[in-house]
Ligand binder design. Structure first.
Ligand code: GUN
Ligand code: ZN
Length: 410
């Protein structure tokens, strides 16, 4: 017997960067957690049997968020520290990540992480683990929602308790690549300073051979770039370090990309790689604004992300608020349709899951959230502004419910 449900509420469904379908008194009809119909309630119920469970909701339904760049092992200390990237990493973040050798801590932190993400409306994303194979396995096993995870690969220029070869266990890495859940795994070279040219090239070769996802950081701060220049004197640019290693593919998601020159943007476009744009993190660490106009000029695909724990909040509503505010100060106006798309469907596209997730179109997984109601005479634009207004903790609590495959999850 199929499990059939109708969810009745107003609905907003992003279609692309410029268009979102809006239904006042809309409905979604689902079978076994898959969307079969979406539209106005009166249209959706036409042709449906009349004994189907109908869930009446007071608010606006939209797809759950996709967060394409965060560090689940930094969730417990998100927003707790700030300062220049490299000092912040060495003094605060690396010691915190080293503590994930404790599998008890990892288990508890993973449960809290997934519960918090669902409460804040995030149903999918890409996550960096610590270097530890065991902590990464725990994050895979406790997964709620649809995540791509990788243990950060760090071999040099970091404390021994993170670079110890036995931690990231290349055999385990291989095993994961052979398993059928490998579409939940990403090769995760932390960033160029932690790896040699040889290891980067080796990872590039594996990425291409296995068509794996790759996630890493690129050009986040000026001090980082100076360090990369010193470590890779033969490379023309930071981007070229990765490109020469073969790490830039359409399944590569690059965090930040702030301090880039034109030939680097051209390279990203040519390779089809994605940018994970993390405005709240950039603001918190005092990095420069990511030049959105360059992404637009070079047609670089991008999606939004929290970058927890540099990002102070795991809420994508908070990221959207900062995204719009930061670029507006630079004279760039972002429409609500664009912001919605970058926080949902664009992330699913980066994760190669847009055929099965990312918005509420028929055939996709019924992963959605409920936001506060729209007032009768309010425009959708006005409703959206209200949804992304307020303090960080208000934004974390704003979703009134989250469903995964038609089942209430938070
Ligand atoms: N670059 C290398 N590692 C990190 C990290 O953990 N967070 C951020 N924001 N940048 C990084
Ligand atoms: Zn990061």
């Amino acid at each position: 017997m199929e499990n059939k449900k109708i969810f009745r509420a107003s609905i907003i469904n992003p279609r692309n960067h410029a268009v979102a379908d809006c239904f006042v008194d809309g409905a979604i009809y689902t079978e076994d957690g898959i969307i079969k119909k979406i539209g106005y309630f009166s249209d959706v119920i036409k042709g449906c049997e009349n004994n189907i469970e109908t869930v009446e909701l007071d608010g606006v339904l939209m797809p759950g968020f996709a967060d394409v760049h965060l560090h689940w092992v930094q969730h417990q200390v998100r927003g707790k520290y700030s300062g220049e990237l490299l000092t912040w990493l060495k003094e605060h973040i690396w010691p915190e990540e080293a503590s994930y050798i404790d599998t008890g801590k990892a288990g508890q932190a993973a449960e809290e992480f997934y519960a918090d993400m669902l409460r804040a409306g995030t149903v999918m994303g890409m996550s960096y683990s610590s270097p530890h194979a065991a902590a990464t396995e725990i994050a895979m096993q406790k997964m709620r929602g649809d995540w791509i995870i990788g243990n950060v690969l760090m071999a040099i220029n970091a404390p021994n308790d993170l670079t110890d070869y036995s931690l990231h266990d290349p055999i385990l890495l291989n095993e994961i690549m052979m398993r059928n859940d490998r579409h939940h795994y990403a090769l995760t070279p932390r960033f160029a300073p932690n790896l040699s040219t040889e290891i980067l090239s080796y990872l590039g070769m594996i990425a291409v051979q296995t068509s794996s996802f790759v996630q890493t950081h690129l050009a986040e701060s000026n001090a980082e770039i100076a360090w990369v220049k010193e470590l890779f004197p033969d490379a023309e640019s930071y981007t070229q370090v990765y490109d020469k290693a073969g790490l830039l593919t359409p399944k590569t998601i690059l965090g930040h990309c702030i301090e880039m020159n034109d030939s680097e943007w051209q390279c990203l476009f040519a390779r089809g790689s994605w940018v994970a744009h993390c405005p709240s993190s950039n603001e918190a660490l005092g990095n420069n604004r990511m030049p959105l106009e360059k992404l637009q000029e070079y047609h670089i695909p991008y999606a939004l992300a929290t970058d927890v724990g540099a990002g102070p909040s795991h809420s994508m509503l908070h990221v959207i608020q900062r995204f719009i505010a930061i670029h507006r100060k630079a004279g760039i106006k972002i429409s609500f349709q664009e912001a919605l798309y970058r926080a949902t469907l664009a992330g699913a596209e980066a994760m190669n899951r847009d055929a099965i997730a990312g918005n509420l179109c028929p055939g996709k997984r019924a992963d959605f959230i409920l936001l506060p109601s729209k007032q009768k005479n309010q425009s959708w634009d006005g409703w959206f502004s209200e949804c992304i207004g307020g303090t960080m903790s208000e934004l974390e609590e704003r979703p009134q419910g989250t469903w995964l495959a038609s089942e209430r999850a938070a």
